[in-house]
Ligand binder design. Structure first.
Ligand SMILES: Cc1cc2nc3c(=O)[nH]c(=O)nc-3n(C[C@H](O)[C@H](O)[C@H](O)COP(=O)(O)OP(=O)(O)OC[C@H]3O[C@@H](n4cnc5c(N)ncnc54)[C@H](O)[C@@H]3O)c2cc1C
Length: 435
């Protein structure tokens, strides 16, 4: 059995229900694994990380299979905000330089950029229709002080800055105090992108299984084996790509090393041109604000507005209802002209943090043949896809050609073991106070 650290509700249909993306395209039908199957490489988890790994391996001629516990797009990859942007670490660049040195930080940052370009290339190469929009990403100041800091940052980097009073004239009207745009990144429909990756991986020869959870995992002389309810998969090399849906025992090495955290999103009905004008938000830019507990939002090509934020710390029907009410009230505060606009869809899902605040992508220490990619700190559209590309090289025993920082290869344990979620309320309270 999978041993997970949130209440069962977090892993069920409750938080997942009413996700807008489900209505935008049908899921592909993958078979269930119903026999013992042997492949060169087995992958556990069918999100961006697992499918990108599978695609890159299959294209290299490797016999690869993915087992997904639920249905295609069930995890975070099928229910996120669709921001394909820089990010992946929660560690700031100054702290990263202090802890890991300048060179490592530069390699990490080159990887972050390459991750966005990788998604761009995958979409183009495989002809994926993913409803993309936005030129780069815009950060909105939530306070006058944050606005002044953004202005200084823009002066130092040459980025575009828009002053508070000019925001609405630039289509960025809301309760904000300035905006700065970074030229890299774009927004997409994550479900269409994910299924595009899946189709490309299948065409290249990967086998994809749904409703086939790995219930346990073990190694013997012949390699790695995972048991599923109706079958078994065996492989010389195995990749863990389960991120926020990981278990303490698959593999046991993961116990205490990852911290799932929830994020919640709402989508409105399409806004008319008049409604958009009334709020002054007509821009196609994807945006987030400067709060530590940040909001992220964008007007999608069909006129619907997507608005998300870090979710609650508890998971139950009551906690879910509470966070959805809070999300709505934050939206109303920031975009007062849209108070009466119906939010037709709202849902939540799991992201994943690590103790050292950087992703883990690499071979699992002291477990020959075992690899993992996870902990993108809520930014896995680009970084999860990129992790898949790195993992495909590593699994084949190659040194990745793409930037691969050493800091991706350590994953220290959190204190408190399975009770480590107790660390989060004080951390969130502190971040909330800082805002
Ligand atoms: C609400 C929300 C909004 C987000 N917004 C953004 C955003 O705008 N931009 C961005 O970059 N990132 C965003 N993220 C984060 C992003 O979605 C994730 O970082 C990314 O999808 C992780 O991909 P993954 O493949 O590693 O994991 P997932 O997509 O979570 O996939 C893991 C899969 O593993 C499966 N699994 C788990 N255990 C087993 C097992 N034992 N056997 C078989 N399968 C198993 C699960 O069923 C799941 O489908 C958001 C996340 C959420 C929840």
């Amino acid at each position: 059995m999978m041993r997970r650290i949130f209440p069962d509700y977090a892993y069920g249909t409750g938080p997942r229900s009413n996700c807008w993306w489900d209505e935008t395209c049908p899921a592909p039908v993958w078979p269930e694994l119903d026999r013992a199957r042997e492949v060169d490489v087995a992958i556990i988890g069918g999100g961006f990380t697992g499918l990108s790994t599978a695609l890159h391996l299959a294209e290299a001629g490797v016999d690869v299979a993915v087992i997904e516990a639920e249905t295609p797009g069930w995890g975070a990859s099928g229910r996120n905000g669709g921001f394909c942007c820089l990010g992946g670490a929660k560690l700031g660049s100054r702290a990263m330089e202090r802890l890991h040195g300048r060179r490592e930080t530069q390699v990490y940052q080159a990887g972050e950029e390459e991750a966005v370009h990788l998604v761009e290339r995958l979409i183009a190469r495989h002809g994926i229709e993913a409803d993309t929009h936005s030129s780069g990403e815009t950060v909105m100041a939530h306070s006058a002080k944050a606005g002044a800091a953004l202005r200084r940052a823009a002066q130092n980097t040459g980025a575009d800055f828009i002053d508070g009073p000019a925001l609405a004239a630039n289509g960025l009207g809301g309760r904000f105090h300035g905006a700065m745009t970074t030229p890299l990144g774009f927004a997409l429909n994550p479900r269409k992108y994910l299924f595009g990756l899946a189709a490309a991986a299948a065409t290249a020869g990967a086998t994809l299984y749904q409703r086939s959870p790995a219930l346990d995992l073990w190694q013997d002389d012949s390699g790695w084996h995972a048991r599923t309810p109706k079958g078994r998969i065996s492989a010389k090399r195995l990749v863990i790509a389960t991120n926020g849906y990981s278990s303490e025992n698959i593999p046991g090495w993961l116990a205490g090393r990852y911290m799932p955290a929830q994020s919640t999103v709402m989508v409105t009905r399409p806004l008319t041109a008049d409604e958009q004008a009334a709020q002054g938000w007509t821009s196609a830019q994807m945006a987030y604000d400067t709060r530590h507990m940040l909001h992220y939002f964008r007007l999608m090509p069909d006129g619907r507005f997507l608005f998300g934020m870090r979710g609650g710390l508890m998971s139950s029907p009551r906690a879910e209802a509470k966070i959805r009410t809070a999300l709505r009230s934050h939206f109303d505060r920031l975009f007062p002209a849209w108070r009466g606009v119906e939010a037709t869809h709202m849902w939540s899902g799991m992201v994943c943090l690590s103790r050292n605040l950087v992703p883990f992508v690499g071979s699992v220490p002291d477990h020959p043949g075992l690899f993992a990619g996870l902990c993108y700190h809520g930014n896995g559209v680009a970084m999860g896809s990129y992790a898949g590309r790195l993992l495909a090289d590593l699994v084949q025993g190659k040194t990745p050609e793409a930037p691969y920082p050493d800091l991706f290869q350590r994953m220290p344990r959190f204190p408190l073991g399975r009770a480590r979620r107790l660390l989060m309320p004080p951390a969130y309270a502190l971040l909330g106070l800082m805002d």
